[in-house]
Structures are given as structure tokens and as C-alpha cells.
Design a protein around this ligand. Structure first.
Ligand SMILES: C[S@@+](CC[C@H](N)C(=O)[O-])C[C@H]1O[C@@H](n2cnc3c(N)ncnc32)[C@H](O)[C@@H]1O
Length: 420
């Protein structure tokens, strides 16, 4: 794409770096223009080089020289990261505690800007395991010669890698220590038993073949099967490359936060929307008991099959395959009546205003919203707010160290408490 801004591409100049923004960059100003700077930190004095100038109002730049470093700047543990290099991580140059503080600031800023909620208390909690070797699922790119790597930031170029220090080592090795002629990308996932599933994708992103290799390698490769996971005191089966929290400690941490906010009681009805393999519904089902009811709604047939198997020992839990949209949800609520608790864990785009309004109208005593994008969360919190729900609590989790991504669990309750 050609640059269509003010012709600043490639220009170099000094700036003082301002606050963090959603997306992992920091806001600076130069000659009256906003400059989104990567590889920097608030308060730093840096020389930037403009990498993209497509809008009159702002341009993007990399800090290429640090004149005055912030105290939280550290040596990058990954040799492939840095300006113009692998685009997989945003904050290899930032001390992990500061990464969490920055993520909390982004969640707070999004809630203020998009939901009109000022000064919400947000803390982003550390997960066990440290900032490296946490990525248990990843997609790697493959170049025309079949060599694997990751893309440069906002580019189609593939940066070739021998290793990816944030990926669990056997998963990184399974992809990066061989070639993939003819593939466009490779997905990899490692489960709690150490089984590594690799899935080859064509250049349009469609899976073409998949393999599981068990630890030790003494077993022959086998066609894609089920991955085993443990969370919330239960074992879970998921399709080899099906959705599961990427960080090995995330599912447990999120189940804990969801259970705390949901605080389910015996006999209650719980709706688990965007349920995947049934993680939250299955974790809450024992609390409602056999006189209660848990309905998990999920669009993907493979995930529904996994959820059916995972919840087979919980007669109060059922799985509905279908889309969470205004029509499907309307029918479900007609059949179900008023749920006591709604848990929703939508994809990055969020639930959207129509679904949020419909859910608010359903009248649950608690809505527990699990979000991987603070902007989508804030927009949906605004829609719930207009429909009579207020934000009563929020916890952040550093489920993606070294990147600017953050997971959050929010509690929404009716402005007018429902009668018990
Ligand atoms: C972020 S994942 C959450 C899965 C699960 N809660 C977990 O933590 O393992 C989102 C899930 O929503 C499903 N999904 C996406 N769009 C959907 C829709 N419109 N209706 C129902 N499910 C959807 C995806 O297939 C995926 O399993």
C-alpha cells in the first residue's frame, strides 16, 4: 500500500514519548501531529523513524535510538525482536511488572473513552510461569521457500526464526526447526500432556493436514485428535487446534475470576455464551447442582462435540450449537426464561450492541464478561450501561506477556438490583 499522509515516511526526528495507547504503541507529538511510537516507553526521549504515514492526522514510527531511557526499559530477551524485526511481540523491551501496569492503563483508558467510566480501578495480575515460554498455541507464517517465521509488524514480510522464546519450546521446535514447502502458515498447539499438534494451512489460510506427536516421539505420528487440558480442577478435551486459552495458567485463573463474580447458588440457571469446549459452564455447573441448569452456546461444531463430551457427567449442563446473535439469542431466552447469571466470552470483536442490549433485557442478576480486547469490552459495557447495567468489578490478567494484549473479566449488575 502506498503512503498517503504528509510524506513523512522514513523521516527521523526526536520526540518525548507520552502515554500508552491501545495497540501497544505510545503517543508522541511532532510539529503538531500525533506520532504512534513503538519500541519506546512513556517519558523517554527517543529518535524515531516514521514507518507509515497514511493519514493526515497521525503517523506511525519506531524508536530507533534511545536518548533518555525509562527506568522500566530492559534488554530484550528475544534476539529476533526490535525495530523492523519480528512483529510477534510489542514489549520485549519492557520489564514485566511495567507491562502489567501499562495494560491496566489501557483498560482504564478504553473504559473512560468508550464507556464514559472515569477512574475505574484495574489491576492486571501476573500468571504463573514467567514472561517467556507461555504460548501453547501459535500460528507461524511460511515464506515462498517453505521457511517458517513470523511477520514483521504491519507487513507481509516473513522474518525467519529458529526459535520463538515466548512459545513453549517443543511447540516452537516442531514448527521452526523444519521447512514447510508449499504451506502458507502452520498452526501449532501443545496440550497438558505435552502432545504437539501441527496443522499445515494453505495460502488462503485453510487447513490442509494435521498431525499429533506425543512426548518421547516413540509413538508414530497420528491424524489430528483431541488435546487434553486441565483447568478448574477438571480435565478437558479440546480439538487439537480448537480454542483454548493460550497461556497454560490462563484457563484456571479465568475460571477462578468467573466463579468469584458469578457466585452461583444451588438451583440457579446459568447461560455460558461463546462456550468453546464448555470451560466456564462446566466449572459453574457443580455450584448450581442438579436442580439448576447450565446452557452452553457455541457456534463451532467441533467445540460443541468437545463440550458435550466434557460435560457428560453433569446432567444439569447442556450444549446448544448455534450463533449468539440477536435472533438465536431471542429464541434461546424465550425458551429459557430469565437466566440468573450470564457468562459471555466473545471473540475479539466483542458481543456487539444488539447482543449486549438483548442480554441486558434478559434481566440476569449478574453478567460476567470475559474479554480479550479492552476496546470491544468497553463498547459492550457502554451498551449494557445504556440498558440499565453498571460495571461492578473488573480484573485484568497478563495472559499474553511481552505483547500488548490483556485478558479481562468484568462483572455487570443491574442498576436496580433484582429481587432474590
Ligand atoms: C474466546 S473463545 C471462548 C471459548 C471458551 N469460553 C473458553 O474460554 O475456552 C470464543 C468462542 O466463541 C465461539 N464463537 C465465535 N463467534 C460466535 C457466535 N457468533 N456465536 C457462538 N459462538 C461463537 C468461537 O468458536 C469460540 O469457541
Amino acid at each position: 500500500m502506498t503512503d498517503k499522509g504528509l510524506g513523512w515516511s522514513g523521516r527521523e526526528f526526536e520526540v518525548t514519548v507520552g502515554p500508552v495507547a491501545h495497540g501497544g504503541h505510545f503517543v508522541a507529538r511532532h510539529e503538531g501531529r500525533v506520532v504512534f511510537v513503538r519500541h519506546s516507553l512513556p517519558g523517554e526521549r527517543v529518535v524515531v523513524r516514521v514507518t507509515e504515514d497514511r493519514h493526515p492526522g497521525f503517523c506511525r514510527a519506531d524508536a530507533i535510538e534511545v536518548l533518555e531511557a525509562a527506568p522500566a526499559r530492559v534488554e530484550r530477551p528475544c534476539p529476533y525482536s526490535g525495530p523492523g524485526r519480528c512483529g510477534g511481540c510489542d514489549w520485549q523491551h519492557v520489564a514485566p511488572a511495567e507491562q502489567r501496569r501499562l495494560k491496566a492503563a489501557v483498560v482504564r483508558e478504553q473504559l473512560a473513552r468508550l464507556a464514559g467510566l472515569d477512574d475505574v480501578e484495574v489491576t492486571v495480575e501476573e500468571l504463573a510461569g514467567g514472561p517467556l515460554r507461555w504460548r501453547s498455541r501459535a500460528r507461524f507464517a511460511v515464506d515462498r521457500s517453505g521457511a517458517p517465521g513470523l511477520r514483521r509488524h504491519r507487513s507481509h514480510d516473513v522474518v525467519l526464526l529458529d526459535d520463538c522464546p515466548i512459545t513453549v519450546e517443543p511447540a516452537a521446535a516442531a514448527v521452526l526447526q523444519r521447512r514447510w514447502p508449499g504451506a502458507g502458515a502452520v498452526d501449532v498447539a501443545i496440550d497438558s500432556t505435552g502432545a504437539v499438534t501441527t496443522t499445515r494451512l494453505d495460502r488462503r489460510g485453510h487447513p490442509t493436514s494435521s498431525r499429533v506427536v506425543r512426548p518421547g516421539g516413540e509413538l508414530p505420528e497420528e491424524p489430528v485428535g483431541r488435546a487434553e487440558r486441565r483447568a478448574g480442577g477438571r480435565d478437558w478435551e479440546v480439538e487439537g487446534t480448537g480454542f483454548w486459552q493460550v497461556h497454560p495458567a490462563a484457563a484456571d485463573a479465568l475460571v477462578g475470576a468467573v466463579a468469584e463474580y458469578a457466585a452461583v447458588r444451588a438451583g440457579e440457571t446459568v447461560l455460558d455464551l461463546y462456550a468453546g469446549a464448555g470451560l466456564f459452564g462446566g466449572a459453574l455447573a457443580p455450584g448450581v447442582g442438579t436442580e439448576g441448569r447450565v446452557v452452553c452456546v457455541e457456534a463451532d461444531p467441533g467445540a460443541c462435540a468437545a463440550a458435550d463430551a466434557n460435560l457428560a457427567d453433569l446432567p444439569q449442563a447442556e450444549v446448544w450449537q448455534g450463533d449468539v446473535d440477536a435472533e438465536g439469542l431471542g429464541e434461546l431466552l424465550d425458551e429459557l426464561g430469565t437466566p440468573d447469571v450470564v457468562v459471555l466470552d466473545p471473540p475479539r470483536s466483542g458481543a456487539g450492541p444488539a447482543v449486549s442490549r438483548l442480554l441486558a433485557g434478559a434481566g440476569a442478576r449478574a453478567v460476567v464478561y470475559v474479554a480479550c480486547d479492552p476496546a470491544a469490552l468497553a463498547r459492550d459495557v457502554a451498551a449494557f450501561g445504556e440498558a440499565g447495567y453498571r460495571l461492578a468489578g473488573i480484573r485484568g490478567f497478563d495472559a499474553f506477556p511481552m505483547t500488548a494484549h490483556v485478558e479481562a473479566v468484568a462483572l455487570l449488575v443491574p442498576e436496580q438490583p433484582t429481587s432474590v
